[in-house]
Design a protein around this ligand. Structure first.
Ligand SMILES: Cc1cc2nc3c(=O)[nH]c(=O)nc-3n(C[C@H](O)[C@H](O)[C@H](O)COP(=O)(O)O)c2cc1C
Length: 241
């Protein structure tokens, strides 16, 4: 399928076929492809929980408010944010980038580039992603507003802003997963209608993780797609500047 065909084929599917199985390895491969999605500062503060176990799937049904798409799902993938892992991931990106610069940058620029990356991942990222009951974010935001008086400056620096940023990146991963599933001939439905506490309990997730999206998976039955697709007139959303 071309990208256009994939985009047209992907629909939110509310009822999956109960007999047609989907292949676990193919779903896993789609999650792997989803990891190619871009993330802010390449920090990859997300994880995917691929649920195939019958008992856990059953626990997820009430946690997803008993929606039919969850009841009929063959497998479920839960995308989770891991803002708490920013230090480890920044360290991993920096270690990779040092080698990347050595392998690919002109010799005379290497030291400066490595120094800049060490500053970014060693100092700026920990400064931006750390949390302390919202207070640390207020300090950052205040600082950003002051600097912003004199030069362009990223102003989304509160703890809430950074949390949104982490979820934004994770949602790109989730969307990439759904498109990969479409290409594989499988269907999905992204869910926001869930009880996050119960989903976390079913998956035994640590306290500081957040559920970004629950994605039900299977193969559609014809009635699984609720009729025609509605989109606002394109002119209402498109603005040429
Ligand atoms: C973040 C998000 C949360 C959603 N939550 C639900 C949900 O809880 N239950 C549901 O049936 N559909 C849910 N949907 C599916 C949307 O209703 C659906 O994508 C939209 O109506 C457009 O239909 P289409 O995906 O077939 O184009 C969600 C979609 C997104 C992106």
């Amino acid at each position: 399928m071309s990208l256009q065909e994939i985009l047209n084929h992907r629909r939110a599917v509310r009822h999956f076929d109960s007999v047609k199985p989907i292949d676990e390895t193919t779903v896993k491969k789609c999650i792997e492809l989803a990891s190619l999605a871009p993330t802010s500062s390449n920090l990859q503060l997300w994880e995917a929980y691929h649920v195939t176990d019958k008992q856990v799937l059953e626990q997820l049904v009430p946690a997803c408010l008993d929606q039919k798409t969850a009841r009929s799902a063959q497998q479920i993938v839960v995308f989770v944010t891991r803002q708490d892992r920013y230090k480890q991931h920044a360290k991993a990106v920096l270690a990779f980038e040092e080698g990347n610069v050595r392998r690919n940058s002109p010799a005379e620029r290497q030291d400066k580039r490595i120094k800049d990356k060490a500053m970014y991942y060693g100092k700026l990222i920990p400064f931006t992603y750390s949390r302390c009951l919202g207070l640390w974010g207020l300090v950052r935001k205040g600082l950003a507003q002051c600097i912003g008086l004199f030069r362009p400056m990223t102003r989304q620096m509160s703890e809430g802003d950074v949390r949104v940023s982490v979820h934004k990146s994770c949602a790109l991963v989730a969307q990439t997963f759904m498109l990969a599933m479409s290409e594989a001939g499988y269907d999905t439905c992204p869910l926001e209608g869930f009880d996050s506490w119960r989903v976390k309990k079913a998956l035994k997730l640590p306290y500081n993780t957040e559920i970004n999206m629950v994605i039900t998976c299977g193969i559609r039955v014809p009635s699984g797609v609720w009729g025609e697709r509605f989109r606002l007139p394109f002119e209402e959303t498109y603005h040429k500047v």
